[in-house]
Design a protein around this ligand. Structure first.
Ligand SMILES: [Zn+2]
Length: 378
């Protein structure tokens, strides 16, 4: 019998589970506890007995995390088309239409601006209910524009992932979004604007392999599946038993791949604390970052493994210092004061370390000071 042919007609594929349970009572998918709907809602759709985190829509996350009424959606006009005229069992165009009707979203990610306890940020939240939270050209473009907005306003960026990976219906156009997002995130990093990544269940495929894994701080919800290929695929491929808890948030935390596991009840508070921390850190005198090319040049100058294993490409003498010659320190740009501290407004002394106690909030805008030119990576 062919493995690829269905021998029996009329076999039904199981229906997808509802994203948000409705009715008076809901059974926990993890421990089987019967939960009162109102209680579940109060607990932000997490089980009161075992802490299982139910999957929730992007707009619900926005409601949970941001100050009430502060969210302004951006880039909703960027929507997927069907560039390949893709069709498998259904037309991609029909799948898109159905996903839009079911979720009330126009793409798998909702991007916008808002505040958390008064601190502005740019936020993107993926919605698994929209074609498995898959990243295609429009989702990637929204992320890219969100990063550029964050860069322009110097407001921290938060991206919350829930995705099966790149969307196959758009082929390479989906895959290239990975490189696009990460190239822009590198610019954001060079500019010193913080990026916080939150991984929820599940974060897999091209999303894990790109923007979700490169946050300055990476948070995850408890027991979320996080990985590239799923555990079943890996097990079948390598034909070995996988360690217990493989590809869960807890496993990744133990291996140092993520920074903290945060219960949904604590997510807003944690984000608020991080925004406050970064805002205070941005006020401290900072040594300007070296550009990627300079780091490599310094590495070669001290005779690192790259210099030993491969001959460096020929460069003009001033760009490629001979081994042993100390690399010239990065000079602050003209817009900076001494030590790379942003030039203070007239009448004020140069920025000093703020004397703040934990819990205090430096009032006003928390835009990160444009203390240096944004270097473009080589
Ligand atoms: Zn439970």
């Amino acid at each position: 019998m062919s493995w690829l042919k269905r021998s029996k007609e009329g076999l039904k594929t199981p229906q997808r589970k509802r994203e948000l349970p409705d009715g008076l009572w809901t059974k926990c998918e993890e421990c089987g506890e019967i939960l009162y709907q109102k209680e579940l809602e109060r607990n932000l759709w997490t089980c009161t007995k075992c802490s299982y985190h139910f999957r929730i829509p992007a707009r619900t996350y926005v409601k949970i995390l941001l100050d009430e009424g502060s969210f302004v959606e951006r880039f909703s006009e960027v929507v997927s088309t069907d560039p390949l005229r893709f069709r498998d069992t259904k037309r991609y165009a029909d799948r898109l239409k159905k996903a839009r009707e079911e979720t009330g979203l126009s793409e798998a990610i909702l991007v916008g601006e808002g505040t958390i306890e008064g601190r502005p940020l740019v936020i993107g939240v993926m919605d698994f209910a929209f074609l498995g939270g898959s990243m295609a050209s429009a989702a990637g473009e929204r992320i890219a524009r969100g990063i550029l907005l964050s860069l322009e306003k110097r407001h921290p960026l938060v991206l919350l992932s829930s995705s099966g990976g790149a969307r196959m219906f758009e082929g390479i156009l989906s895959l290239m979004q990975m490189a696009k997002a990460n190239a822009l995130l590198a610019r954001l990093s060079d500019a010193g604007v913080p990026y916080i990544s939150i991984m929820t269940h599940p974060t897999t495929g091209g999303v894990t392999a790109s923007f979700a894994s490169v946050g300055d701080v990476i948070l995850a919800e408890p027991r979320a599946l996080i990985g590239f290929a799923g555990p079943r695929v890996i097990k079948q491929t390598i034909n070995q038993e996988l360690p217990e808890g493989f590809q869960t948030s807890e496993f990744l935390l133990a291996k140092g791949m993520i920074d903290r596991i945060v219960h949904r009840n604590e997510l807003r508070k944690t984000l608020s604390w991080l925004l406050q921390f970064f805002a205070a850190a941005a006020m401290l005198p900072q040594k300007p970052r070296r550009r990627a090319g300079e780091t490599l040049a310094r590495f070669r100058a001290v005779g690192g493994p790259i210099a030993q294993t491969a001959a460096p490409p020929p460069k003009p003498p001033e760009e490629a210092p001979a081994p042993g010659v100390p690399l010239r320190e990065f000079q602050p740009s003209a817009t900076q004061g001494p030590n790379g501290v942003p030039a203070a407004p007239s009448g004020e002394t140069p920025a000093e370390a703020p004397k703040e106690t934990p819990g205090s909030t430096p009032g006003g805008s928390t835009a990160f000071p444009a203390d240096r030119e944004i270097p473009i990576r080589e």
